[in-house]
Design a protein around this ligand. Structure first.
Ligand SMILES: [Zn+2]
Ligand SMILES: [Zn+2]
Length: 359
């Protein structure tokens, strides 16, 4: 009888709570702001599509609590959606899992949780992992893997081979970390020659590696900019377009579309208002972003309308410094027809910039 009384008391409490949660409170003790916590916002990132391809904003290097990150996998998906991304990869370390005594899980688990959330909210989540070895090999992300458990083998090159066997795209992470030296070792050249290593991070977290730009040109590696998030994104980057991202030019907006584009090398790395990539892709982005209106042909007065969210920096003629072409603004400049313009935020090699004409 006594138990029954407790039961009825609890039942009454829970009815009371659910009513409170669904109604707007406004009394002498509590005021709940209307709509607070109800909406979910996403940055709309305006970076143009290029001919025949959709420009997808992606981050292929993210950690969760399942390795040494601080965030649960499904929140990584929400965070990326809020920040305007189209696709992410969850890439927990295989060999470094400080939480494993607390979270005793299969190596595929973080991806399972994230992919389920991705399917719910329409964000592409690519199954990945980080093969975490000492230099010279260093850290490699294997993307589009089937079973991470099978990649957990003692020999580092066996791990790479198993990932390749599963159809993985292999990406070389942060070549300048942890010793502040960017070195391409024979093992990397061998993996590239064997077509097992396909891309490299030009930007990782808040670092960049200028030498890597030349390796991309010489060895045909695709350019990447990834966050390598361990903490929340808001801890690291504040506001729109602050987080590093890899632009992927995809035939379709799908996991398959991303995979096809990566293997075809159609990427541009973007961080801190710098774009790095093959000249043909950077030229296309500039062409699809900037629109010129001639005001005075004889005097070379033009208006340049930047219809993208990208902040371009340009230099031409006798200018000793770059001037900005602000996003979503019109800039009036004096520039004669046919003059070469150097885009100092568009990197095509180490200390090499995109040069093109505006009109
Ligand atoms: Zn790493
Ligand atoms: Zn990492």
């Amino acid at each position: 009888m006594k138990l029954n009384k407790i039961f009825y008391a609890l039942a009454f409490c829970s009815v009371g709570l659910s009513w409170q949660a669904s109604a707007q409170l406004q009394n002498a003790d509590v005021y709940e702001y209307p709509g607070a916590g109800q909406e979910n916002n996403r940055y709309y990132i305006n970076i143009p599509d290029i001919d025949g391809y959709e420009t997808l904003k992606c981050d292929f290097h993210i950690h969760t609590v399942f390795s040494d990150g601080k965030v649960w996998p499904d929140m990584r998906v929400d965070e990326a959606w809020n920040e305007g991304l189209d696709a992410i990869a969850i890439t927990d370390h295989i060999e470094y899992r400080p939480n494993k005594t607390i979270i005793n899980a299969d190596l595929n688990k973080s991806n399972e949780i994230a992919r389920k959330r991705g399917a719910q909210i329409g964000l592409i989540v690519i199954k990945g992992t980080e093969i975490t070895r000492k230099k010279p090999l260093g850290h490699l992300n294997a993307l589009f893997v089937q079973d991470v458990n099978k990649i957990d083998v003692p020999n580092e090159l066996d791990a790479v081979d198993e990932a390749v066997k599963q159809g993985a795209y292999i990406l070389w992470n942060h070549p300048g970390w942890p010793n502040d030296t960017s070195t391409i070792y024979p093992v990397h050249k061998k993996l590239i020659a064997q077509k097992k290593l396909h891309g490299v991070e030009v930007f990782n977290s808040t670092e960049s590696y200028p030498k890597v730009l030349d390796w991309c040109n010489e060895l045909g590696l695709a350019h990447f900019a990834n966050s390598d998030l361990h903490y929340t994104s808001a801890n690291m980057y504040s506001g729109k377009l602050q987080r590093p991202m890899t632009l992927v030019f995809a035939k379709e907006r799908s996991e398959e579309g991303v995979k096809e584009a990566l293997f075809a090398g159609r990427t541009v790395a973007f961080y801190n208002n710098n774009l790095s990539g093959m000249e043909k892709y950077l030229r296309e982005i500039v062409k699809k972003s900037l629109f010129v209106k001639v005001i005075n042909k004889e005097k070379g007065v033009i208006e340049v309308c930047n219809k993208s969210d990208l902040l371009f920096q340009v230099r031409y003629g006798k200018l000793m410094y770059s001037i900005p072409l602000h996003p979503n603004q019109v800039t009036r400049i004096e520039l004669a027809s046919g003059v070469d313009v150097t885009f100092t935020n568009c990197l095509v090699g180490q200390d090499k910039f995109l040069v093109t004409k505006l009109w």
